[in-house]
Design a protein around this ligand. Structure first.
Ligand code: FAD
Length: 405
């Protein structure tokens, strides 16, 4: 293939992580192509995206495109609903307590990918096909699409999800595990104002979270055992509404107008390496975590931002974009952040599931300490603003840069 036909970056997969990574790389001055079928418009999940991710979406002109579909999250309430011997009081993290206007925004996944597809058209090349072959050479990688098209690039970004074939082609192995839980998502209307507060009810089968949406709507992520989720999915709207009202103990008043429910089985996965053989991993190709504390896509946004910086800098300084030095910089920039989030979410989930009294008592003491100490809460929020493991330095944004609570 002629030199001028070789892209700097090809992104395999046009889900949220691939679209964000592709747009960020293009904005960093890299000649970029995204290859993948249009993303699932029937994804009824929303993503709570925090400060650092929102800053990136603003830079990519995505936030304005979402119009009134996103909702600011100004507070996070944690309620201990476990059967622990030590029941902790509820903890409320308020963005203004740490000097921010909001922690971030709650954004519907379908609207997010649609806005990203609309915006990326101007910036980069888009090939709406699947990749059937990945051929890694010493100077570039050639991808073959299912329409027979061949595309070459210096670096390939594997954003093709948890079963990534691109990751496998690079010889990167994964560790994976499952949880005895599934999550139900749905959107609903309610009588009382949510005041911008996301509420996490920590129950012994997993957290039940209601995230604020526009007006008097909220988005539900209800984690429970597979058996209980199957039972809840089989209920009609009225019966399901009754179950949720009981679980929320009247928090949002009368509930109505539920969208059809979707469910997801919970699992975890980490890749042994985040970069190898001219391939880097982003999104769920790199890390899969349960939807607790809204970390998955936020991690992916930080993957995208780090990659765009590192590969953009390599291009400007004439270094091989897919070479060993660039891959190593990406691996070093992302390893600690990814590892620590996977560990923290897994630990929190297992502490809820655990029947060992010491474990639930320790979690209860943690919530007690947070509830009674504004200084400790502020410290936790500041750690969110300046995550010690993140690649990026905080900006002077009125949004928290990241939240890990
Ligand atoms: C219930 C639930 C709630 C969540 N809530 C939040 C939240 O509030 N905040 C948050 O940050 N995260 C959240 N997450 C996590 C977040 O949804 C995921 O991290 C995110 O959707 C993963 O996106 P992705 O692009 O990596 O993967 P995917 O969405 O799986 O995209 C992969 C893409 O690759 C494509 N593909 C696959 N194979 C090929 C191929 N051979 N060629 C080309 N394309 C290919 C697929 O078609 C797909 O479009 C939640 C997850 C769940 C389950």
């Amino acid at each position: 293939m002629a030199e001028q036909d070789i892209f700097d970056i090809s992104v395999v997969g046009a889900g949220p992580a691939g679209l964000i990574a592709g747009a960020a790389c293009a904005q960093s001055g890299l000649r970029t192509v995204i290859i993948g079928p249009p993303s699932n418009r029937d994804d009824r999940r929303t993503s709570a995206l925090f400060g650092g991710s929102i800053e990136l979406l603003k830079r990519l002109d995505i936030l304005e495109r979402l119009g009134g579909l996103s909702e600011p999250i100004t507070g996070i309430r944690i309620v201990d609903g476990s059967a622990s011997l030590l029941r902790a009081p509820e903890v409320l993290f308020e963005a203004r307590e740490a000097g921010f206007e909001a922690f971030g925004y709650n954004i519907p996944n379908a609207a997010l990918t649609e806005a990203l597809e609309g915006a990326s058209g101007r910036l980069l090349t888009r090939v709406p096909s699947g990749v059937t072959e990945v051929k890694i050479g010493s100077r570039d990688v050639t991808l073959t699409s299912d329409s027979g098209e061949k595309l070459a690039s210096r670096l390939v970004v594997a954003a093709d999800g948890r079963s990534s074939a691109t990751r496998a082609a690079a010889g990167i192995e994964v560790s994976n595990w499952t949880y005895p839980q599934s999550a139900i998502v749905a959107m609903f209307h309610h009588q009382r104002d949510h005041h911008g507060i996301s509420t996490e009810l920590h129950r012994s089968a997993g957290p039940l979270t209601v995230v604020p949406g526009p007006g008097k709507t909220s988005n539900l992520v209800w984690i429970d055992t597979h058996e209980e989720v199957a039972r809840l999915l089989a209920l009609d709207d009225q019966a399901f509404c009754g179950e949720l009202s009981t679980a929320l103990k009247g928090l949002l008043g009368a509930l109505s107008d539920f969208t059809p429910r979707q469910s997801f089985r919970l699992s975890g996965q980490t890749a042994r390496s985040l970069a190898k053989s001219r391939v880097v991993l982003v999104g769920e190709a790199a890390h899969v975590i349960p939807p607790i504390g809204a970390q998955g896509l936020n991690l992916s946004c930080r993957d995208a931002a780090a990659l765009a910086d590192i590969a953009g800098e390599a291009k400007r300084s004439g270094v091989d974009i897919g070479g060993e030095a660039t891959l190593k910089r990406y691996e070093n920039a992302r390893q600690a952040d990814v590892g620590s989030r996977v560990f923290a979410v897994d630990l929190l989930n297992r502490s809820l599931l655990s029947n060992i009294p010491g474990v639930s008592i320790a979690r209860g003491f943690g919530l007690f300490a947070l509830a009674s100490s504004p200084a400790l809460r502020a410290r936790v929020m500041r750690e969110g603003v300046m995550p010690t493991t993140s690649h990026h330095q905080p900006s002077t944004s009125p949004l928290a840069q990241d939240v890990d609570i």
